[in-house]
Design a protein around this ligand. Sequence first.
Ligand code: DGY
Length: 332
Amino acid sequence: MTKKPCIIVSAPVPADLRQLLEASCDTVDVPMGKSPLEVLPQEQWSQIDGMVCTVKTRVDAALLDAMPALKVVSNFAVGFDNVDMNAANERKVLVCNTPGVLDGAVADLTIGLMLCVARNLVAGDAFVRSGAWTKGAFPLATDIRGKTLGLLGMGRIGRVVARTARAFDMDVIYHNRRQDTEAEAEGIARYVSRDELFAQSDVLSVHIPLAPETRKSIGAREFGMMKKTAIFLNTARGAVVDEDALIDALKNGVIAGAGLDVMTTEPLPADSPLTQLPNVVLQAHIGSATVETRRAMIDLAVHNLVNAMTGNQPKAIVNAEAWPLAREAQPA
Ligand code: DGY
């Protein structure tokens, strides 16, 4: 009888998808965010062939070396900054993710944050609840219509944000490593240099992945180029920003406000200086956190893993070069 591959489940897999996994794999549960090396007995490490996990699981060289049979890591996220890609590539470990199914949800949150900050909606709610309205009118806010939205990063999510912003009559500019000729042909956004993006945007929204070259890539220099009236949005990854520089810029009126779904430290501690700033709207990394989107993500993550474990090419592969080897390494 063929031995089933053994996989770690460290993601919220619903019952029907768990059945699908168990049809072709033996499963071992690891609480989300915990290192499998801390949870599983050492004698089990060498038996692990695959894993489905969240971005809270650090997949580094130490983990990959401790689990020499591990050939597939299926991330329940589009981002894969929890995986040391150099270590994965060197060991030909296949990494899968969930692109495409969360673009709308993250774009919607981006637009929501923009409106919250520009129209001061969080403070407005508190104003009404506290009865302050009975004593006077709420201060005037700022329009987004007719303003310029700058997108740093023009991938799938950036494009949906651009299309949605066009419905708000915004002029959309973007900067990306590669110029997006399709987006330009569609007339949704215009390419500008990185410096022009920071200088011209009324609202600047970040849509770049976290990688060694993007870590802290937005700092005092970039905030210094922005308009004093500008709003900064981040629904990508907190660590692409120099957070101390952002806090300084928000405190000192270098920029007007920020909407942040992601921070350098998550969960954000209550005593973070960010929580003290009145010109910031904070969310708990909820860009993809809707019932429908999370279901689509776990569906894709589980199918990616089952496919890889059964020798079929997964739909969403991060490192295509690892696929042939991951296939060869399937347990006999
Ligand atoms: C993603 O899919 O990368 C989301 O940000 C969840 O971490």
